[in-house]
Design a protein around this ligand. Sequence first.
Ligand code: ADP
Length: 459
Amino acid sequence: MIHKVLIANRGEIALRILRACKEMGIKSVSVYSEADAQSLPVQLADEAICIGAASAAQSYLKSDRLLSAAELVGADAIHPGYGFLSENSSFAEQCEACHMKFIGPSSETIRLMGDKIVARKIAHKVGLPTIPGSEGALSDEKKGLELANAIGYPVIIKAAGGGGGKGMRTVYNAATFTKTFCTARMEAEKAFGNGAVYIEKYLEEPHHIEFQILADSHGHVIHVGERDCSLQRNYQKLIEEAPSTFLSSSLREKMGKAAVKLAEKCGYEGVGTVEFLVDKKRNFYFIEMNTRLQVEHTVTEEAMGIDLVQWQLRIANGEKLTVRQKDIRSAGHAIECRINAEDPEKDFLPCPGHIEFYHEPGGPGVRIDSHAYSGYTIPPYYDSMIGKLIAMGSTRDEAIARMSRALNEYLIGGIQTTIPLCKKIMLDPVYRAGGVTTHFMKNFLQRTDGNKTKQRRKK
Ligand code: ADP
């Protein structure tokens, strides 16, 4: 039985995990860097322990310190959250070696699915459609060029170890392939310690649709529906929703079955996400599997009425899934806006700093997952997300109306945030019509910047 969980993370996700622990009567321990001493998870957890200096490399990424901290406080499990060490198979392996339950799949599953090339091969082998591209890592630029010419441009070069929208480059013609390929390989080596790259056909205006998996340690696997994460900027998700307006019920069933099959074949345990791209003709293709809790798990929780973090803890405890696939039904529509401390007017420049005033929205159908508060200073060392605003409704229109209303109530003084941008998107007719593709943001920014230029000219 798990009695005490050490949360190897920070910010809103640390808060989310400790909330689940408290509701289940499990003790929670927050770890923190010197820069996070005043953070909310540190104040709200049952115990807190400092693990090092501000930089992530000196604290949240130090596996030995995390394990020592867990032993010191007498924890029996470690929840890695997302980011940091959540998809690090050697950290999971170290936990296994110390008999410390790592809340997630086995180190072996993380290792296999964490390498995008291996994951692509496994998905292909078990019959999931994959995007035309290289079978394995490309050994040199000559082979890459030959394959790109055969597939046809545009192609996308991806890093096997890439993640978080990083390590991808699009090539539009043979003339620029070699240079881009060499740069991509060098960057991959530097950023991910793994220079292996592969190529895929670059799909024009696809939809990013991912399925939430829940798998217990007794071989039962279900999916909890999909999330549409097509609204992205620079391959990074900005606004997510569930269900997707682009899927018919038969396509949903087909994709859900494919996701479950993959999880079953790789002996999956815990929560995981199988990501797909869907093209204009509604052909779907596997792109990768994330072996951890996603930032956007909240939209599934709200749309499907399920607590995924509590399920993670139950599964880690060896409990069997009590929900069956046939019980999984949508309870409404949910939308999540990521609230980042960034200035959309200045090319999304991160703006950490002191929050002078902070007021969260409330009322029907509104959820906030945030570690921010009045007087909190956002440290400059980590990512810029300071919260997630989730709105629910019985229909998509109702969820949009609630989101617009809640964004107007969300008052954050002292720093710039993405709230004004989210407000504009909620009012945008293209967004409101549904079915946005991954190119929405580029077009939206051009359209709205275009308006500004026109207005300036009129003046
Ligand atoms: P990461 O692991 O960095 O998140 P993914 O492989 O999940 O990378 O892809 C992130 C995003 O990049 C996708 O949601 C999509 O917008 C874009 N993308 C990835 N592969 C392709 C492709 N073959 N064609 C078009 N867009 C792609």
